[in-house]
Design a protein around this ligand. Structure first.
Ligand code: ATP
Length: 321
């Protein structure tokens, strides 16, 4: 089956600033595909080209087989977009905004259901200017979904939401996907990417520097799992190093550190139990997507509600583009 979103060798400059150098990826039907990367990496520019809001300098983009530049009118009916800086008239009420947007689509979703699900029903008569940051964010998600899109592009899905609203929104996105909608998610939150995305592309300086499932990216980083324990009795390294999924063993005094991937933990604890060895003070350290992100991009990611786009601070100097 052809990819729902296909981006090949995308390049986009703003004057002398190369925002997107050479980006390629493909998103399959029904996937939640994450785009993560430090500030200024080119994520928004990439998705704006996918949405047809910007024209690429070079490269090929197809969304549902359509060219976002040439087939914009048709694509608008089938693609939902959450804009990073969506601005609505101050006096427009929440309910009016949704009614107005639903009139643009051939098959709009039920706006009353959307307002309920997104916790907007109580503020349906509130003017946009009076909404809190979180309510504005929820309205922008509702507007992205009001056209019953086949593909939704969500940029900074849960920025500004409190922890409960963030979890509710994740649940909503999983529901939307379970109805067959393909989702492209730009996020700074590694926990969000880990929980929601089937695959992510890590973008840095306008290029994809890694791509895969969050699990594959983290397992591939720093040797995967590290299992630390003190052994109740001495044992030969070969007992564990010969096990499937075990990639290494080191000793620090009486502390044993075993590295592995996949099912290493199960294999190790079973082998120890078979040999009547008790693993005392056992600790399992699993690298997170954030660890992989830091290693790949040299930046700290925003990890939770306290984090923000501004919190993703670059550790190395900007590229000379
Ligand atoms: P963020 O995480 O901060 O939103 P991003 O990964 O989405 O960043 P872009 O917004 O695509 O990155 O920006 C990529 C680069 O292009 C940055 O250097 C940015 O300053 C520059 N840029 C983006 N939009 C414009 C514009 N309209 N005019 C000039 N430069 C721009």
């Amino acid at each position: 089956m052809p990819a729902v979103v296909e981006v090949r060798n995308l390049h986009k400059s703003y004057g002398s600033t190369v925002a997107v150098d050479d980006i390629s990826f493909a998103v399959e039907q029904g996937e939640i595909f994450g785009i993560i990367g430090p500030n200024g990496a080119g994520k928004t520019t990439t998705v704006e080209c996918v949405e047809g809001l910007r024209t690429a300098d070079r490269g090929v983009i197809r969304v549902l087989g359509l060219d976002p530049g040439r087939d914009r009118a048709e694509l608008t009916q089938r693609l939902g977009v959450q804009l990073q800086d969506g601005r609505l008239p101050d006096r427009l009420q929440v309910g009016e905004a949704l009614r107005l947007y639903s009139s643009f689509y051939r098959k709009p979703a039920d706006r009353h259901v959307l307002m309920e699900v997104l916790g907007l029903a109580d503020v349906r008569r509130a003017p946009c200017a009076k909404l809190s940051g979180g309510q504005k964010q929820r309205l922008s998600i509702a507007l992205a979904l009001i056209g019953s899109p086949e593909v939704a592009v969500l940029d900074e899905l849960t920025t500004g939401l409190d922890p409960q609203a963030r979890r509710d929104t994740w649940g909503l996105i999983q529901d939307v996907r379970s109805r067959g909608v393909t989702i492209v998610l730009v996020t700074h939150f590694m926990e969000e990417a880990e929980r929601l995305c089937d695959r992510v592309a890590v973008i840095d300086r306008g290029r994809v520097v890694a791509e895969g499932s969050p699990q594959a990216l983290t397992e591939g980083f720093n040797g995967g799992l590290h299992i630390r324990f003190r052994s109740s009795v001495p044992f030969d390294d070969g007992l564990l190093t010969g096990l499937p999924d075990v990639t290494g063993l080191t000793r620090q005094g009486d502390l044993v550190v075993v590295s592995g991937t996949g099912n290493a933990l199960h294999a190790i604890t079973s082998a120890l139990a078979r040999n009547d060895i008790v693993a005392e003070h056992l600790r399992v350290e699993q690298p997170s997507l954030e660890d992989a992100f830091v290693a790949l991009t040299g930046t700290r990611a925003a990890t939770g509600p306290g984090g923000s786009a501004a919190g993703a601070a670059r550790r190395r100097s900007p590229s000379p583009h």
